[in-house]
Every structure is written in C-alpha cells, then in structure tokens.
Design a protein around this ligand. Structure first.
Ligand code: ADP
Length: 319
C-alpha cells in the first residue's frame, strides 16, 4: 500500500486520574495511548488511509503496549522505532480549579526525545504528498534537530507541510527558545494549526481568532492558518498562494454532548488533512474538521474516541 502522508512525533502514555483533583491526591490512573502526532496518525487511519508514522518508544512494557496499539489501529510499523536504552514518556493529565488541563511529564531523555536526523530517506519523502509534525519533538534532545531536518527536507521535496505547535511550556527550557525553534520550524511550514493562545505565545497579535490566523498568514511563509476555538468551532485564513485558494472562513462548530475533549485538537488536524487532500475548499474543510473534532469529544479517551468517516458523516448530515 502506498502512504501519501507521513506524520512524525511523540507517542506516550497518558495517565488519566481515576477522579478529579490535584495530582498528589490521586491514587489510581488509567493508562491510555497518547501523544498528539500519534493521535493525528490514528485519526487519519480511521478517516482515510493509514499514514506512515515516525515515532520512537522505549523497549519497555509501555513502549510495547504503545506499538501494539498503533499497529492495531492500522499504522504500518516501518518507522515505529524501539529504543533499547531509553524509557517511554509518561504524561499525567490533571485539571486545575478552573477546569484547565495541567500536564506533568516524565520525559527526561526518554525515547521520543531521541529521534535522529536522516531516518526518513529521500525516496520515502519523494513518495509523500503531505508531512505533518507537532511542536513537542522540537522541545529537546536530538528530536529537535531531527524534526527540523525532516521539515526542511519535506519542504524541499515539495510536500505540503503542516504543523501544530502544541505548546507545552513544561517541556521547554524558556520562552525565548520556544520562539526561536518554533520560528525555525515555521519557515518550512505551509499549513499551521493552533489555538489562539498558542499563536499569541509565538508573538502573533490579533483581537480575534481570525485576526490571529490572518497575522500568521500575512507574516508568512505559512499560506494557511487554522485556529481552533473549542466548543465554538474554528476559523481558517488562506492567502492566494494556497492551492485551495485564498479565503477567510469561520464555522461555529457542532453542538454535541462532550464528555472528554482529550484529542479533539488532534482529530481536527486529521480532519483538515483528510479534507484538503480530498480537494475540499477551505469552508468545506473547516466544517468537516469541526465535525471530526466534535465527534471525538463524545467518547472517553483520546485515541480510542477518534471517529470513523461514517460517524463524521452522520454528524454532518444533522447540520
Ligand atoms: P485543543 O484540543 O488543541 O485544545 P480545541 O479545544 O480548540 O483544541 O478543539 C479542537 C476542535 O475540536 C474544535 O475546533 C472543535 O471543532 C472541536 N471541539 C472541541 N471541544 C468541543 C466541544 N466541547 N464541542 C464541540 N466541538 C468541540
């Protein structure tokens, strides 16, 4: 089977507390496969064709569990790496008093910080039409240079390059490094997908989601920017360089009974990639991606709640 999309980034264990409250008071956790790029890759497998996925886990029980989960979701094992000298990353996801998610990472020198440049050969890139990466592997270790190198070579190979900054300040040494490294990455990116606060943290200014998306596109080289707004849907702005044409669209999202928003942003990213590759215009793409994101909130779990195309179609028919 040919794989036209390559996704790169972390796969990790999300440890979900059995009940809300501060981490020090939680006695038990559920173990779930996670990592934003891993969720995007699995979401694409459920919506369209399984993409290639380049990731690295430890050769430990957690890593073997993650690898099995990825393969069970239909992803090819060609670029699933096992590191015999590093452990698998753990992330503990809790909520503060306002309901905002807080992350505690066990990620010092773990396997997903140890991707190495050059693993993806030129022939593989030449066969790919689309490459997607996230910001977490830019934060530390050899994965930073490996991710930057892949984005640069993907752009040179004329792939469409998409990027979700997925900023987790806990993982970065300081704000200056974030701005510099993510700025270096964005130089190779065509399509940026982010939240408003993430774009502000990267230095873009705007009073609204649309103004922030416009700022990202006007400053270039990104030609298309999507800004998600949780239950309020998403906006997108593309300039005339975009293959799908210049446009600015807003969609208010879909009213659903949300039970768990983990992975909604990743589902949205997969919805965008699937729709644009199907030849949809920007308006159709935002509508479809909002439906994918909304449907992903209606079941518990990140990866396990990602919808099939039929489930998304059912939600769209009700619009
Ligand atoms: P992230 O998960 O990256 O923080 P958002 O919370 O903005 O991103 O969610 C991404 C997308 O998922 C939204 O643009 C929307 O389409 C969908 N979504 C998220 N939360 C809800 C919700 N409560 N109801 C309906 N759709 C939602």
């Amino acid at each position: 089977m040919s794989h036209d999309v390559l996704v790169v980034g972390e796969t990790l264990i999300d440890c979900i507390p059995e009940r809300p409250g501060p981490l020090e008071d939680v006695a038990g956790f559920d173990r779930r496969p996670g990592g934003a790029p891993a969720n995007v890759a699995v979401a694409l497998a459920r919506l369209a064709e399984p993409p290639l996925f380049w990731t690295r886990v430890g050769d430990d029980p957690f890593g073997r569990y993650l690898e099995r989960a990825l393969v069970d979701h239909g992803l090819p094992d060609r670029f699933l790496e096992r590191d015999s000298t590093a452990q698998t990353t753990l992330a503990f996801v809790t909520h503060d008093e306002t309901g905002e998610r807080e992350f505690t990472f066990y990620r010092d020198g773990t396997a997903d910080t140890r991707l190495e440049s050059g693993r993806i050969d030129d022939a593989t890139l030449a066969d790919c039409e689309w490459v997607h990466a996230g910001g977490v592997t830019l934060s530390s270790g050899s994965s930073r240079a490996a991710t930057l190198d892949l984005l640069e070579r993907a752009a040179a190979a004329d792939c469409t390059v998409s990027f979700d900054p997925n900023l987790r300040s806990e993982l970065w040494p300081d704000e200056g490094t974030v701005a510099t490294v993510v700025g270096d990455a964005l130089a190779h990116v065509d399509v940026c997908l982010a939240t408003g606060p993430e774009l502000e943290a990267l230095g873009y200014e705007g009073e609204s989601a649309t103004a922030l998306a416009r700022a990202a596109v006007e400053e270039g080289p990104v030609h298309t920017a999507f800004v998600t707004r949780g239950a309020a849907g998403a906006v997108a702005v593309a300039d005339a360089d975009a293959p799908w044409g210049g446009a600015a669209v807003e969609h208010p999202g879909f009213a659903v009974d949300a039970v768990d928003t983990t992975g909604a942003g990743d589902a949205f990213v997969a919805g965008v990639i699937a729709a644009l590759r199907d030849g949809d215009d920007l308006e159709g793409t935002v509508t479809f991606a909002n439906a994918v994101g909304a449907r992903a909130t209606t079941d518990r779990g990140g990866m396990t709640a990602l919808p099939t195309r039929a489930e998304v179609a059912a939600l769209l028919e009700g619009e």
